[in-house]
Design a binder for this molecule. Structure first.
Ligand code: CP
Ligand code: NVA
Length: 310
């Protein structure tokens, strides 16, 4: 049994194995419908319990479909309907009950500490479906999407992130840049650079992460331009002020044109005002493929956690 909480904690070879498995699974499903099961799927009789403390569309759907394609089942808990959220039951007892009924637990939470607490009391694998500091399933799937579109190892590409550089998605992307050895340029206002802990981890691991305080320099020569909402779900900030701080960090065609001619645009979604509508809806934007690919990678993550990855 393995957990999937932060990319930084997962061995490089395991991450690569997950991506490879997802690639093979996607190819084999070409003629199948969404709820057809993968051939030789091995999670029959297994149940994934998912719990959301915050909104979700893609993560919820992709995990549900992923476990169904592996012949298992999913149940989704709404935290506002649990005793836990009303103070009527402890986290420890909730974790033990989830472990008794389920085979894997996916949680989207507003607290990294809560994730750690759940981990302490669970006897089944726990998957981080987004926390304030990390969004590992999203980013692993994004590595998959980039390699699928570019048809080469991500280690040969330059990835550029424009936007808030101290949120969950960029944290996981920075961690991925070390594990998959790719160049990462970050374009962000000075105040929103990656946090100190992350920067010292990058330094310790000899990462190739460069920080720019203007978006065009960051985009220059890149193969992929990535962004995310300026205001994340967890942000307890003055929203108007933060949006103003990012007024020069919108991804539009002026920025895209600094990247390579065939550079693609990615966004984990949902979107805000950080990308222009024309870029978002252009041919260079691969956001729908990016979202759909989460099913394939989620399947391989589930198999990995349950010790069934071939
Ligand atoms: N990208 C992503 O995690 O989407 P949801 O918040 O809709 O799950
Ligand atoms: N950074 C965003 C990601 C949403 C999937 C958030 O936390 O709201």
């Amino acid at each position: 049994m393995k957990n999937f909480i932060n990319i930084r904690d997962i061995p490089k070879k395991d991450l690569k194995k997950i991506i490879l498995d997802a690639k093979k699974r996607k190819i084999k499903r070409k003629k199948l419908s969404i709820l057809d099961t993968d051939k030789g799927s091995s999670l029959k009789g297994k149940i994934l319990i998912q719990m959301f403390e915050k909104s979700s569309l893609r993560t919820r759907l992709s995990f549900y479909i992923a476990i169904k394609q592996l012949n298992g089942e999913a149940i989704t808990l709404r935290t506002d309907e649990l005793h836990l959220s009303k103070g009527g039951e402890s986290l420890e007892d909730t974790a033990k009950i989830i472990s008794t009924f389920g085979n894997a637990f996916m949680i989207r939470t507003d607290s990294d500490e809560k994730l750690e607490e759940f981990k302490k009391h669970m006897t089944i694998p726990i998957i981080n479906g987004l926390s304030p500091s990390s969004h590992p399933t999203q980013v692993l799937s994004d590595v998959f999407t980039i390699e699928e579109i570019k048809k080469k190892s991500i280690s040969k590409l330059q990835i550029c992130w424009i936007g808030d550089a101290n949120n969950n998605v960029i944290n996981s992307l920075i961690e991925a840049s070390i594990k998959f050895s790719f160049k990462l340029n970050i374009g962000c206002p000075k105040k929103y650079k990656p946090n100190k802990k992350m920067l010292s981890w990058v330094k310790k691991n000899k990462g190739n992460v460069k920080i720019f305080n203007d978006s065009k320099s960051a985009a220059k020569g890149s193969d992929v331009i990535f962004t995310d909402k300026v205001i994340s779900m967890n942000d307890k900030v003055n929203k108007l002020k933060k949006l103003k701080d990012f007024k020069n960090f919108k991804v539009d065609f002026k920025v895209m044109n600094y990247a390579k001619k065939n550079a693609i645009f990615l966004h984990c979604l949902p979107r805000g005002t950080e990308v222009s509508n024309d870029v978002f809806l252009s041919k260079r934007s691969k956001v729908w493929q990016q979202a759909f690919n989460r099913i394939f990678v989620q399947k391989s993550i589930l198999l990995y956690c349950l010790g069934k990855l071939r």
